[in-house]
Structures are given as C-alpha cells and as structure tokens.
Design a binder for this molecule. Structure first.
Ligand code: HEC
Length: 181
C-alpha cells in the first residue's frame, strides 16, 4: 500500500513537472538549435519505429522498369532537389535552413527499404519539413520517385546532368506530337 502511494505521488510530481516545463518556455524551438539528448532520441526513435511498422505490409512493385525511372526522375528533380539535393546539386537555402536537416538521399536511401521510402514520400513526417506527396501524386508516380532514390547512390554528377537533359527533351517531343493531331 505504501509503495502504491509513493508511486502515485511520484507520478503526479512528474506530470506537474512536465506541465511547468512546457509552460515555462524553457525549451528552445528555434530551427537553429538542433534537438539534443533525450528530445533527439525520443523524436528519432518514434519516427523510425513508426515508419517501420507502417511500411511493413506495403507490396513493392518491380522497380527495374524504365517508365518508373522516367516518371520518377522528373518528379524528384522538381520536388525533392530543393531540400535534399542530388548528385552534383546542393540543396537550396530552404533546405539549408531546415531542422532536422533534409539528409542527402544518395547516402541514406541505400539504408532504407523501398517500402519505407514509399511510405515516407507518400505520408511525409510530422513536425519536420518533410511534406506528404500522397495527397497530390499517384502511387505510380511515388514508386517512380522510390526507383530514382534507389538509383541515386550509383549516379555521378554527370549522369544526373545527362538524365536531366534527356528529361527536358521529352516534354518538347510530346508537345510536338500533340500538335500534329
Ligand atoms: C521542404 C523540404 C523537403 C522537401 C521538398 C522534401 N523533403 Fe524529404 N525530408 C525533409 C526533411 C527535413 C527530412 C528529415 C526528417 C527527419 O529527420 O525526420 C526529410 C526526410 C526524407 C526522407 C527520410 C530520410 C531518413 O533518413 O529518414 C526521405 C526518404 C525523403 N525525405 C524523401 C523525399 C522525397 C522523395 C522528396 C520529393 C518527392 C522529398 N523528400 C522532398 C525535407 C524535404
């Protein structure tokens, strides 16, 4: 009985302490002050476990398909480079000012499964700058972006540049074709 009362009092003290901490304004939310220590551990572990558990039942299509790569390249180049950069391209000032920092995907994508990459691109990550692209893009487009992320580690700056030049030709040929109808 005594132990129960002690635990109860400890619990109340912890909750009150937490409320005082939150209301005091002590914690610095500035993007220029990275989270450290317990806050960093709590946020990163929560994210990792959440992504892992939510992506485990996603069925991955065959991504070795040229059409996925084409769709993915255009989307990646337009929507992701500003924050994450690409081989030979640095992130913009927006990407540089974010905290947590948008990681270089040509380094980190190799350590994630295609299902995890898909889930993050589709749903985004709360309380970070990472947007959800699911509300605005089809699954096919999202898988294309996953296919590109998986290819990034093998691409040199020249490869990326060549792919960009190729992709810029496609819409022109396409428009030309449409015109002749
Ligand atoms: C406005 C900036 C912004 C844009 C645009 C953006 N991201 Fe992110 N992204 C982030 C940030 C910030 C993080 C880090 C989140 C974190 O650490 O929890 C992130 C994290 C990720 C991660 C997880 C990496 C890891 O190591 O956990 C993936 C995958 C990702 N982004 C893919 C994409 C793709 C694909 C696109 C384009 C379709 C994209 N992002 C566009 C800001 C952005």
């Amino acid at each position: 009985m005594k132990i129960l009362i002690i635990l109860l009092v400890l619990g109340i003290v912890l909750v009150l302490g937490g409320l005082v901490f939150i209301n005091s304004g002590i914690y610095d939310v500035a993007a220029t002050k990275p989270d450290t220590g317990i806050a960093k551990w709590v946020l990163e572990t929560t994210k990792e476990k959440s992504v892992r558990s939510r992506s485990k039942d996603i069925i991955v299509p065959n991504l070795d398909n040229e059409s996925f790569i084409d769709i993915g390249f255009n989307n990646y180049d337009q929507m992701c480079v500003g924050c994450h950069g690409a081989p030979g391209i640095s992130p913009s000032v927006i990407g540089e000012g974010l905290n947590p920092e948008p990681p270089d995907l040509s380094e980190v994508a190799a350590h994630m499964t295609p299902a995890e990459l898909f889930w993050i691109t589709q749903n985004g990550i709360k309380m970070t700058g990472m947007p959800a692209f699911g509300p605005t893009h089809s699954d096919e487009e999202l898988w294309g972006i996953v296919a590109i992320m998986q290819k990034l580690p093998e691409l040199s700056a020249e490869d990326y540049k060549a792919m960009k030049e190729d992709s810029e030709k496609i819409p022109q040929e396409h428009n030309h074709g449409d015109h002749s109808h």
